[in-house]
Design a protein around this ligand. Structure first.
Ligand code: DGT
Ligand code: CA
Ligand code: CA
Ligand code: ZN
Length: 561
């Protein structure tokens, strides 16, 4: 397979970062990082470009064009290999830490001899980092936090991968089965897959052996396997007592512990089999979760809330919040067409919207910007509006004429105000210079929120699960500004992003900020990712009034005026 634009961009970016770690010429460094940004956003495959076209890309001169050719032919180039050989390999991994860029890595390396994540953690814990010029106690804290985050995220699946594997497992199991664990709770990332089944253990074991890579552990109560390189735990249960088992295996662990306390207060003991009365020693079993909750004197807690974040108290006092559900979603607020980097035509998008039962879809093609070579400029955007109007004449799902404008590194937007003003709704997002320090990034995003034409901040932290940490954005300040300016924050439902995540969604909601769920669809199957966004919104305690997607198209347009 041809080397993708993303891969070429990644390797050029690595050269730029290594040059910076090595303290080489700033102009040379800038050329590589600029070329990487440009190539990441090229509309056509870079392997199809002539040398002449290559050299026409800003930042790409004769020298870099030659290296791109080598990368396309061999997957690497001499310059990259030279730099890798000269740099401790652990240093490159430090760049994946939130808020750590090449400049920081260079200082840590030259100033403290830090050569990897362990050495960095030791330096932070022994308070040696604050002594470096330009660093302080806060930076030290941030570094420790980033290390903890990186460990937490390591090796976790995104929801799409986890769902695919869970579906293969439940299809193979000869009987009824239920997905539990973090997947059922709707978390943005999944450590392992947990399934409860009433199928007979022996047959289940035989069936699973046919699709599993390995069987890790097998017993009467449970079998653990790996499929597609990922772990799955399958628990056996009797239909008559599956209620307590579903609760136990759905978790979270913190929620389970709280539930046991509640049982204890009622002189009962809760485990995965049922409730035991302390006095009589009788075991009460339940065929449903609701039965268990009701015996504990509380309302049934929706799986997405089961994190011990106040939901247990709310369920005990009958005060669980009303939650958003998929049926209440009237439309998708982030969709790309073939006018930019999507593959669907406007007609196909309208047809898909109709199939999903949507009243509207907000078309948000990329606007031209730094690093976005084939985004729409004001003129093409106006052309697109005509095309949208034409589709709307016959489609039952209305296309809204939006745009995904770029928030440039200095906080300006990539389209003139007059164009933004003429859009139905404007999404603005960060697509470049992800490693800006926290203060610069926060000011950049706040500047965009303060633009009166921006309605929604797209994928606020710009993280890519498993590939790129979120930016060093101060989300608390962004939430304050969003509340003050009435700008919505996106819940980007792409399984690769899940951005904002649950905790921030809840903070935003509590400050009165409106959320906007968008799938960031580029191809047809991605419309279905809406359910991941709804689950995240529920995890953030959002009700129907907390998201824009439950409003009618008229109400959305009204909001603009
Ligand atoms: P993950 O896999 O890291 O995404 O998160 P979970 O929540 O799926 O966690 P996992 O797979 O370790 O365990 C599945 C459920 O089993 C968990 O949500 C609650 C329950 N569980 C696991 N360990 C314990 C424990 O030590 N005590 C209690 N009460 N429950 C546990
Ligand atoms: Ca799990
Ligand atoms: Ca598990
Ligand atoms: Zn975007």
């Amino acid at each position: 397979m041809a080397t993708s634009n993303r891969e070429v961009a990644r390797l050029l970016g690595e050269i730029g970062a290594l040059l910076e770690i090595q303290g080489e010429n700033p102009f040379k460094i800038r050329a590589y990082t600029r070329a990487a940004e440009q190539i990441d956003h090229l509309a056509e495959p870079i392997s199809s470009l002539s040398t002449e076209d290559l050299e026409a890309i800003p930042g790409v001169g004769e020298a870099i064009a030659g290296k791109i050719q080598d990368i396309l032919n061999a997957g690497t180039c001499a310059e990259l290999e030279r730099l890798r050989a000269a740099t401790p390999p652990g240093l490159i991994r430090l760049l994946d830490l939130n808020g750590v860029g090449p400049k920081t890595v260079r200082k840590l390396w030259t100033g403290l001899g830090v050569d990897g994540i362990e050495a960095l953690e030791a330096a932070a814990r022994s308070r040696r980092i604050r002594a470096l010029k330009g660093f302080g106690a806060k930076k030290e804290d941030d570094i420790l936090k980033a290390i903890a985050e990186a460990r937490e995220g390591a090796g976790r699946m995104n929801r799409a991968e986890a769902e695919r594997l869970a579906a293969a497992l439940t299809a193979a199991i000869p009987g009824d089965s239920w997905v539990t664990g973090s997947l059922r709770r709707g978390r943005s990332t999944i450590g392992d897959i947990d399934i409860v089944t009433t199928a007979p253990p022996r047959e289940t074991s035989l069936a699973l052996r046919r699709i599993a890579d390995t069987v890790i552990d097998e017993g009467e109560r449970k079998i653990s396997v790996t499929v597609g390189g990922r772990r799955a735990d399958i628990r056996f249960a009797d239909p008559g007592s599956i209620g307590a088992m579903l609760i136990y295996l759905t978790g979270s662990k913190a929620f389970n512990i709280r539930l046991r306390e509640i049982a204890g207060r009622k002189e009962m003991r809760l485990n995965e089999y049922g409730l035991t009365d302390r006095g009589s020693g009788n075991l009460l079993i339940f065929p449903t979760e609701e039965g268990v909750f009701s015996a504990l004197g509380m309302s049934a807690v929706p799986p997405e809330l089961r994190e011990d974040r106040g939901e247990v108290e709310a369920a005990l006092s009958g005060a669980l919040p009303p939650l958003l559900d998929e049926a209440g979603i009237r439309g998708d607020l982030h969709v790309h067409s073939d006018w930019s980097d999507g593959v669907l035509s406007l007609e196909e998008i309208a047809a898909e919207g109709e199939r999903m039962g949507y009243e509207y879809i907000l078309i948000t093609d990329h606007a031209a910007g730094i690093g976005i070579t084939h985004g729409l400029d004001a003129r093409r955007l106006e052309k697109q509006w005509q095309a949208i109007r034409a589709v709307n004449r016959t489609a039952s799902c209305t296309l809204l004429a939006g745009v995904e404008a770029d928030i440039l590194p200095d906080g300006r937007l990539s389209l003139p105000d007059a164009t933004l003003e003429a859009c139905d709704l404007v999404v603005a997002s960060v697509h470049s210079a992800f490693r800006q320090d926290g203060d610069t990034m926060t000011r950049r995003v706040i500047a965009a929120l303060e633009n009166e034409h921006v309605d929604i901040l797209g994928h606020p932290t710009a993280r890519l699960i498993g590939h790129r940490p979120g930016t060093a954005l101060d989300i608390g300040r962004v939430i304050e500004t969003a509340a003050a300016t009435g700008t919505a924050l996106e819940i980007n439902a792409s399984p690769a992003r899940m951005d904002l995540d649950d905790i921030y969604i809840r903070q935003a909601k509590e400050r009165g900020v409106i959320l906007a769920i968008g799938t960031d669809t580029h191809r047809k199957p991605e419309f279905a990712h809406m359910r991941y966004g709804v689950a995240l919104a529920r995890r953030g305690w959002c009700g129907p009034h907390d998201v824009l997607n439950t409003r009618t198209a008229e109400a959305l347009l009204e909001m603009r005026r």
